[in-house]
Design a protein around this ligand. Sequence first.
Ligand code: PEP
Ligand code: MG
Length: 762
Amino acid sequence: MTGVPDILWLEEIRKEDIPSVGGKGASLGEMASIGLPVPPAFVVTSQAFRRFLVQTGLEEPLYKILESLNVDDNDALESAAQKAKDLVLQAKMPEDLKSEIGIAYEKLSRTGDIVAARSSATAEDLPDASFAGQQETILNIKGIEHLLKGIHECWASLYGARAIYYRAKQGFDHHSVNIAVVVQQLIPSEKAGVMFTSHPVTGEPFAIIEGSWGLGEAVVSGAVSPDNYVYDRRLERTTDRLISPKMIEIVADGTYGTITRNVEKSRQEQQILSDDEVKRLATYGIVSEEHYGVPQDMEWAIVGDKIYILQSRPITTIKGATGMKKETKAGSADKVVLQGQGASPGIASGPVIIIEDVKDIGKVKEGDIMVTRMTNPDMVPAMRKVAAIVTDEGGMTCHAAIVSRELGTPAVVGTRKATKTLTDGQVITVDGEKGLIYDGVIAQQTPDAGTAKVQIASAPAKIITATSVKVNVSMPEAAQRAAATGADGVGLLRIEHLILGLNKTPNWYIQNHREEEFITELMNGIKVVLDAFPGKPVWVRTLDAPTDEFRNMQGGENEPIEHNPMLGWRGIRRDLQSPAQFRLQIDTFKRLWDLGYDNLGIMFPMVSHPREFIQAKELFRQAGVDVENVDLGIMIEIPASAVLVEDFIKAGIKFASFGTNDLIQYTIAIDRNNENVTDMYWPKHPAVLALIDQAIQACRKGGVEVSICGQAGSEPDMVTWLVEHGITSVSSNIDAIAKIRETVARTEQRIILDAARRPYGC
Ligand code: PEP
Ligand code: MG
């Protein structure tokens, strides 16, 4: 052996010690060394594990099980994993090692005898091989016998099917992979969670903190909707907080393990962190980020007024605006296994998880690549966790594309056969810009964080445009990121995701007399966006969910089966025929106006005749809304509404916005979600442009703001055309704002220059 002891205490460990204490152990040691409040711990080193293998004679039999294994044969992989784990679990731990662990545990117990055993694999958390989450962690262990059992289980987890598969695919030799186990005092946290020390997508200096009741596992695993706090590091204060209903908590159970239990009503809606706690957490975050030189993803816990930091590792998702976007190296085209449409930019690698049915989304783990026929709104919780999304169906405007762009998750849609070609566990790389799927992990270049910081500091001043450049938002959690673009307002807030995220249809709330709950949820979600855009218009669209999107929700069993939901009971037509459902929305908006949110405007979708607008406005009036003094407008998504726009103006619309995703499909009869006709989806089809042009001119003449919120509003050449034709505002996706603002400015300047250069008399 190398002379490294079986046990190392945190104080003895530095970040270079990964071979002995694994990634987690090394990081904890380093954190403790810079003064972060890390709970006391010791590590059972990888040398101790190796000694166990040697002394029990397990090395050879284990290697034999793995040496000729075809990891792509799922049955063989599962059975080999089981055999290997059984071997480890049945072997006896050397007595001297047991007693060493016993002595260390006794010492640790002087300040608290409840501990956690956390696997710390020596390949885990390495820069190019994130194995996180594959090995066991056992929380709440009391007593030496239980601890020895926990350590043994951690060791055995080195031979889990997923771990074996990863090692094989990453080219790690099963001989040399080791495991250490961190034994750390368990903090019986009253509240706990995670923190990104900088914005995880844009890299801006906002610390984002999520937390909930009990142990942090509930937040990390996604089992609970945590509170979310945004701390602006420049202003040194909390600038946003979203308080979520925290329905469950994970707590210690007896002397081994944990249980999940319901949170009592009185604590569900309670804000878990005070501004002072947010500030103290963010301060620890800054210390860690400055020490490591890159933004960190941290875990924290609080008991009483004491904060503990449980983990700190680099954020791997920062990209786009900060110049940290990963880029594939050239020359890897031979590994392309599939192609589709690049629907959300960014590159990510990970294991495939195929989702055949929404019921399977529980299987999705952090960092997986979700592969499915087509995403549904009820898959959003899983979409939040994954590293990338790949679908068989859909185009640039399908649900998967819209949500992925907003989440900042790379996505490729319309591959036609991803669910058939890819297999569960297969490691792939998704290039959401080019629409390519590679087999395996493609080498990536990640500029260092220093570059990112310099770029933020030297970002050019905001370009001022005469045409307003607004942003589309679908989820409240994207509001801060959307506002950080400096957009002139929100040109489309789709409320479907707020409602579909509740997993119960509006009708379910009505049937069960729980209208108030529905209103509160909807109001809280919209409020987050309104608060992020003070003084700027936010156009909220009334519900527009096709019946098939409601079907999987509670209450969805009563949804009619439609041959073509796109042409069916959706948008304003459904609301006008379902007064109770429409009323819930109106009451929500009214309460927001009553609270003083004058920046709220309401937009009606799928309007085909002015009488629908008149009827909707009348229902607002009947509900007590001062309809002449609020902004009510329409989406132009059906050719009929483009043709009749003058009549809409006479009916009193305050604004109109082109929903080109639908306008194109209804004008040229191309299903926007059908990958077979994606090539024919043509935003600049002359008929589409003719409809848009005549509607713009009519709106300008009538003094009505005219905008665009479909995907075409995120495409520079379309936006150039629109500005040339007099559109008064555009609303783009978050990721497209910078490019669209520049396009608008250039076009406006060219128009002015052209006019100035025109010879007199022309
Ligand atoms: C549109 O149709 O262009 C639009 C913005 O609405 P959605 O994509 O939600 O149908
Ligand atoms: Mg639409």
